[in-house]
Design a protein around this ligand. Structure first.
Ligand code: HEC
Length: 500
């Protein structure tokens, strides 16, 4: 932050450069002061965007916490951030926005690379904002129901990915309204993501329990699906640093007596044995859930040709689905396997004059898939068409291709088979939906400066990305030099009808 304020008062870069060329060494010591330093400028960026995973016991392969940690990786960090490899976030953030987005703005990337250019200076330790506390505790308080895996999972230290499905009975006696779902993973060194499915169908549950019983270890393997036909494939999703799933009043999920949650854990590779025991926190609603989140699924039945991906070529499929009534989209989840190359999902009006961008994933990466929740409910009017274009690279240049030489592929749940699915979670539209946001920090908080500050602080600790605000910056309501969710809330409190 300071770096930006300072830079403002200095001569433009080009001028500095000319001076440097003329005065050489003398000026070096002067212009050195205009370079960012670790404690003031770099630590906030790293803590906010990287340390959630890159810490002792985190998913990343090395900690990025101290000056020395970051110093050693400086050039590498510059590279992985400039290419967009880190922080991991597969949707194109210029196309659409989602909750919990992990994106470094171009200006923050520039600060990182200026730091490297400037010799990775340490700066004043007193200016370090302090390492955020990453707890593994609930951010929503005490859950109404805590559902824990029945046995711990032991992940071998063999550097292999593992996709395991654990069956957890919900144990409810009556229809239960769910307003929030939070995953508390038991081991952040291996927990890569979780997808939760739901079923109350005794036949399906029996089938899954039999698969579980067939092997001695807890649960059963499931790479591309749950192995059985579930009522809800997207009851909840977790990725490192993601906020819990929270629905606005009157919207949510149901749990019926006799039902089970199907917890799919993706465990990342580890060189040493690790143990996990994950818990799903359920927060029930006092206000009845009148709109249960439903899902449209686009799959190969939504395009005319057979789902066959021939060897040695790039193939794409274009699925369409006509929206029968006004809906409000909650989230979008494209899913494909290792041949996946890209996704483009959007909605168009019947006359094709209006296009609503939903998600673009220019470079699919199976490891970083997720359920992408819109910041607020997104209306799609009746008569619009959903489009999903999925592209597959079944050539040798796809390094993830499970076959060498490539082989013709078709539908299936295994690593050596493919999928084409887009889950679009929705509720039927009601006027005012556009103003309904997900997460507890919307609404009235925007009226209370102390609550705003607290939300800002917790956002920082949660690793919610902030972006440096280019000047002039009318959106930077709290004038801290960054655009964050807090500014949006501040903005709403100025113009919105939220405040008394
Ligand atoms: C969501 C978790 C997560 C976040 C956030 C994250 N990383 Fe990573 N990072 C990983 C994982 C996991 C790997 C291992 C490679 C992989 O799985 O893609 C990795 C790999 C790396 C590597 C390569 C290390 C090596 O030896 O190969 C660098 C460098 C890196 N990350 C830097 C960063 C920086 C800088 C940030 C923040 C701007 C960041 N990461 C944010 C999880 C994360």
């Amino acid at each position: 932050m300071d770096y930006f304020t300072r830079r403002k008062f200095h001569a433009p870069k080009l001028l500095n450069f000319t001076f440097a060329a003329i005065f050489g060494l003398v000026l070096n010591s002067f212009s050195a002061q205009t370079y960012p330093t670790f404690h003031e400028d770099i630590a906030p960026i790293i803590y906010n965007n990287c340390t959630e995973c890159h810490r002792q016991g985190g998913l990343g392969p090395m900690p990025l916490v101290t000056y020395n940690d970051v110093f050693v990786y400086g050039e590498f960090i510059e590279m992985v951030t400039s290419t967009g490899f880190m922080p991991p976030w597969i949707p194109d953030h210029n196309y659409s926005h989602f909750r919990g987005e992990r994106v470094l703005s171009d200006s923050l990337k520039l600060v990182l690379s200026d730091w490297v250019t400037g010799g990775k200076q340490e700066g004043n330790p007193a200016a370090n904002p302090g390492v955020p506390i990453f707890t593994n505790e609930s951010v929503l308080g005490v859950p109404d129901i805590a559902l824990t895996m029945s046995e711990p999972w032991v992940q071998a230290g063999n550097m292999a990915d593992q996709y395991q499905i654990f069956l957890i009975p919900t144990g409810v006696n009556t229809t239960t309204y769910v307003r929030a779902i939070e995953v508390i993973t038991g081991n952040s060194a291996i927990a890569h993501h979780s997808i939760i499915g739901y079923s109350s169908d005794p036949v399906v549950i029996a089938e899954a329990l039999a698969m579980d019983a067939a092997t001695p270890e807890p649960g059963y393997v499931g790479f591309g699906g749950f192995g059985v036909a579930l009522e809800d494939n997207l009851f909840g999703v977790w990725v490192p640093g993601s906020p819990p799933t929270e629905f606005p009043d009157g919207i949510g999920k149901l749990m019926e007596p006799g039902s089970y949650l199907f917890l799919q854990m993706h465990y990342g590779p580890t060189p040493v044995e690790e143990v996990d025991l994950t818990t799903i926190n359920i927060f029930t609603a006092d206000i009845p859930v009148s709109r249960v989140v439903d899902v449209y699924t686009l799959s190969p039945i939504n395009f005319p040709e057979p789902f066959i991906i021939p060897a040695d070529q790039i193939t794409s499929f274009h699925a369409t689905f006509d929206i029968p009534s006004d809906i409000s989209l909650v989230s979008i989840t494209p899913h494909m396997h290792l041949l996946g190359k890209s996704w483009l999902v959007y909605a168009t009006s019947a006359d094709n004059l209006d296009t609503i961008p939903l998600i673009s994933i220019p470079q699919w990466d199976f490891h970083w898939q997720g359920m992408f929740t819109f910041p607020s409910l997104l209306k799609i009017p009746a008569g619009y068409t959903l489009h999903a274009i999925g592209e597959y690279d079944n050539t040798t240049s796809n390094l993830d291709n499970p076959f060498s030489p490539p082989q013709s592929m078709t539908w299936g749940e295994f690593t050596t088979q493919e999928m084409f699915i887009v889950f679009a979670q929705f509720v039927l539209y009601q006027p005012g939906d556009e103003n309904l946001t997900f997460g507890g920090n919307g609404g009235n908080n925007a009226c209370d400066p102390a609550a705003l500050q607290a939300a800002y602080d917790s956002g920082y600790a949660d690793g919610i990305a902030s972006v440096v605000c280019p000047e002039p910056c009318p959106g930077d309501i709290n004038m801290d030099g960054f655009l964050t969710a807090i500014d949006l809330l501040g903005f709403l409190s100025i113009f919105g009808s939220f405040c008394p």
